[in-house]
Design a binder for this molecule. Sequence first.
Ligand code: NAD
Length: 258
Amino acid sequence: MQSLKGKTALVTGSTSGIGLGIAKALAAQGAQIVLNGFGDVQAAQSEIAALGVTAAYHGADMRRPGEISDMMNFAADRFGRVDILVNNAGIQHVARIEAFATERWDDVLAVNLSSAFHTSRLALPGMYANNWGRIINIASTHGLVGSVEKSAYVASKHGIIGLTKVTALETATTGVTCNAICPGWVLTPLVQKQVDARALAMGLTNEEAKKSLVGEKSPSQQFTTPEQLGALAVFLCSDAAINVRGAAWNMDGGWVAQ
Ligand code: NAD
């Protein structure tokens, strides 16, 4: 039985990686999907359509509040309302603070944090009207702990966990919930760039660099997969999760248990 039939899910940054994995998991449960992101749109749309649901797309740039507003209006016009909002779009920039380009700081904060404020404020009225909604913010282990050279990313991810808590408190007596998922390393295009940089800097093969990256932080020495994160998102959308509110749920091979 498909548990999300009749629901509409909007997943930001869902043309690749974790966002696409979560969109596919929600689609497999029958949810109609609104995709967003700058990757291969046609490929992502066909993967979702193959699961038997509609896959609409809006190309809003998550740095721009006006375009986010257009995307939310587009979703409401097309499907009536957004029932499940997954704030997933994210970017990374790696440099020490004194060398961190200020425009990169602004972009990381805008995409990773402010966009979730804008989508949430625009989705909540429809969710309240229907007394049902799920907001899932994709944070990171870097929302719970720091790492060198990732000031903007760590600040944005700590920030989105704060936003998650406030959203959860403001919705606490309703059928709307808000939670964060905190993945450890997931082998997506975002992380492959860091694997490539490590391979180059340390003279390693791609396989050696992957092992060295994941082993450094993750006691399990395993990458988390988009499919595993999709299954957690489906659980957070279930009736059984109605009292899970304001959680920052790590799926990280034990990274933050240390
Ligand atoms: P990814 O690079 O594969 O996907 C990022 C998505 O965001 C893509 O669809 C991209 O097109 C989109 N995007 C980027 N800038 C955008 C913008 N301005 N407007 C709209 N869309 C934009 O990366 P991923 O690893 O799948 O990351 C997804 C989320 O998971 C991010 O929030 C990231 O911080 C988080 N995360 C990733 C990992 C990991 O190890 N990969 C770990 C923890 C958290």
